[in-house]
Design a protein around this ligand. Structure first.
Ligand SMILES: [Cu+2]
Length: 143
C-alpha cells in the first residue's frame, strides 16, 4: 500500500514473539527443575493415615511423626495413604502433595540448612485432622 511503512508493527510483533519465547523457556525450565528428581535422591516412603504420618527410610528405619534428614542430600518422597485422602505438606520447603489411597504420588526436596520444620496434613481427613502434624528435623551430615 503505497508509501505506508510497516516497520513499527514488525518491531511490535518481534517484541511480543521474543517475550512469548522467553516466558515459555522460563516455564519449561521451572517445570524441568520441579519434575526432575536427582538420581542420587534417597527414597522415603511417607504413609498418611488417620491421624499421623509414618516415614520409612531406604535402610528400613521407620519413624512416626518425626522425620530426620541431612543437609545437602536430596530426598524423594513416595506418598501413600492407608485410609482417606490426606495431603503431605512441609510448608517451609514448599512441599505439598496429596496422599491418595491406592496411589503413589512423588515429590522431592533437598534441605539446605539444619533446623526443625513443621509437617502438616493439608487435606481435611476427619475429626483429628487439625492435629495430624509432624516435625521435619534437618541435621548436619554425620562425619
Ligand atoms: Cu488431614
Amino acid at each position: 500500500m503505497g508509501g505506508h511503512s510497516n516497520w513499527p508493527e514488525w518491531i511490535y510483533i518481534g517484541v511480543v514473539v521474543a517475550l512469548m519465547c522467553w516466558v515459555g523457556a522460563e516455564a519449561w525450565e521451572a517445570e524441568r527443575l520441579v519434575e526432575h528428581v536427582p538420581e542420587d535422591a534417597e527414597t522415603i516412603i511417607v504413609t498418611g493415615q488417620q491421624w499421623f504420618w509414618t516415614f520409612e527410610h531406604e535402610d528400613g528405619t521407620k519413624e512416626i511423626g518425626e522425620l530426620h534428614v541431612e543437609v545437602g542430600k536430596a530426598y524423594k518422597f513416595e506418598i501413600h495413604s492407608k485410609d482417606v485422602n490426606h495431603a503431605f505438606n512441609i510448608h517451609d520447603y514448599v512441599v505439598l502433595m496429596d496422599a491418595i489411597p491406592g496411589r503413589v504420588n512423588t515429590v522431592w526436596f533437598a534441605p539446605t540448612d539444619a533446623g526443625e520444620h513443621d509437617i502438616q496434613c493439608r487435606e481435611y481427613c476427619g475429626l483429628i485432622h487439625y492435629n495430624m502434624r509432624g516435625t521435619l528435623i534437618v541435621e548436619e551430615p554425620k562425619a
